[in-house]
Design a binder for this molecule. Sequence first.
Ligand code: FEO
Length: 173
Amino acid sequence: MLSKTVESALNKQIRIEAESSQVYLAMAVWAEVKGLEGISNFMYDQSDEEREHMLKLIKFVNERGGHAHISELNAPDVSFNSFQEMFEKLLEHEIFVSQSINELVHITFEEKDYATNNFLQWYVSEQIEEEATARTILDKINMIGDDKGGLYLFDRDIQQINVQTAVNTPAGE
Ligand code: FEO
């Protein structure tokens, strides 16, 4: 059974994951309109992953005797000055999500809720991976800068990053 404190903290995270899905959906659309299909597909996949993160939390809250809250969402940024800026925002956003997960883990310790603490360990690992991926991409984008040819090649490369992530993360996790 969840305490009200843990339930409300989990519900806050449900909203953050839902908003993350929207953040990446807006990035996917922006990249697609700009004609960069690889980057766009990467962002669509990220958006789907965030929805999975949200659903996993929803199921957990309901299974533990709570009531998952489906709330209104803040609107994401829908346009960017450059791909560099977009990927900087991606990394910033993942760092923000990691902080939020850390706070959530902290609350479960305070509330002595070790079941939820154990459940959240998956999110802790996931955040390490997501931040690492975002950093790798940003490093590459920073090297390319405004070079159109470089961006074109990167648009093909990013498909590989997708594949590698998929291989390292078995379906359903
Ligand atoms: Fe679900 Fe990328 O945080």
